[in-house]
Write a protein that binds this ligand. Structure first.
Ligand code: NAD
Length: 323
């Protein structure tokens, strides 16, 4: 059976997912929904037999879709998920779940009531290095973790606006928070400080923080700091370092470095994490077996809570405790 998949959005990541999907056996991208008919038609024309729609209702009314990918910015969520939940259509939604704190909880309750298959684009979990890190950490004692996402602020219309993107910690560094949760443990306390003023001077449209440092307590007794900045023009880096009684484990985009007293060993990712993520989701749709999905909506919601708590702590100066 060929799976028919719809895509919402026509931006950078819609393009990445749609082309990856169209290369999978037994999968067809058949419908594209965008904020304008012209954008939808233009994007749809790059696939055989795909049709463009200017709104999701028309797309869903037009014919049966087995799954939908939601690839819209953080502010453009809620309506799409709601329509898919009502029609029992499984979806993969890109991180973060929202720029708002409350919306994902309302959606999660409806998803759980229907036991709908969902997946969230936390692709770091599907890296070979994440598997290797899990294996190495299994018999090591972790004391602390140090995460970072140091880079520049993407341009465009929404990323630099706090109310549209949620800011860097919610939009981007969320990957590192999620990796910390996946490899080390659940977060119970969050304290954050942010700095601002540099980006806003360069770009009068920008109102996101320049940098942040977030201190985290985990339920297993370990501690972490995750810092980020979006104002550096050079020296980009991101990753998670885990400090244990065996040494230091450095996990980055490309792989992992394991530093112990005996040796320093590097592992390079071989597989494409986005493809692994897609295959896990497609397998779940075909078989009902969700065990290969590493981040579903419920799990991603916990990551969302941590990043939202960081924003709240930075604005109130208080420590935020999570249940
Ligand atoms: N997992 C990853 O590695 C990764 C990488 C990049 C982006 N992302 C995530 O993907 C999401 C999209 O990012 P992007 O870089 O593709 O952004 P983008 O700005 O390139 O594209 C966003 C798309 O959403 C569409 N859109 C906005 N509002 C809409 C609405 N109301 N209805 C229909 N379409 C609407 C825009 O027209 C555009 O086509 C973001 O949440 C981002 O964080 C994830």
């Amino acid at each position: 059976m060929t799976l028919q998949v719809g895509i919402i959005g026509t931006g950078w990541f819609a393009d990445k997912h749609a082309h990856l999907l169209s290369q999978q056996e037994g999968v067809k991208v058949t419908a594209i929904a965008a904020s304008s008919q012209q954008k939808a038609d233009q994007f749809a024309s790059t696939f055989n037999d795909a049709k463009g729609y200017s709104n999701i209702e028309d797309m869903l009314d037009a014919g049966k879709l087995d799954a939908v990918y939601i690839c819209t910015p953080p502010f453009a969520h809620g309506h799409f998920e709601q329509a898919l939940i009502e029609r029992n259509i499984p979806f993969l939604v890109e991180k973060p779940l929202s720029s708002e704190a409350e919306l994902p909880m309302q959606l999660l309750q409806k998803i759980e009531a229907k036991q709908l298959i969902t997946s969230v684009g936390y692709h770091f979990r599907y890296m070979d290095s994440a598997d290797k890190a899990k294996q190495l950490l299994a018999d090591r004692n972790i004391a602390m973790s140090l995460g970072y996402w140091m880079g520049g602020a993407p341009g465009g219309t929404w990323w630099r606006r706090q109310e549209l993107s949620g800011g860097q910690f919610v939009e981007q560094t969320t990957h590192i928070v999620d990796l910390l949760r996946y490899l080390v443990g659940e977060v119970t306390e969050v304290y954050a400080t942010y700095s601002e003023g540099i980006l806003a001077k360069q770009d009068s449209n920008a109102n996101v923080a320049d940098a942040g440092t977030v201190t985290l307590k985990l339920s297993n007794g370990t501690i972490a700091t995750i810092s980020n900045t979006c104002i550096i023009p050079a020296g980009y880096e991101s990753g998670l370092h885990v400090y244990t009684d065996a040494g230091k484990l450095e996990i980055g985009h490309g792989g992992l470095k394991d530093i112990t007293t005996a040796s320093t060993t590097e592992y390079h990712n071989q597989s494409n994490p986005y493809e692994n993520e897609a295959k896990a989701f497609l397998h779940a749709i075909r078989t009902g077996d969700v065990s290969l999905i590493r981040s579903n909506y419920a799990d991603a919601y916990r990551t969302h809570q941590v990043t939202m708590a960081a924003n709240e702590s930075a604005s109130t100066g208080k420590v935020i405790k999570l249940g």
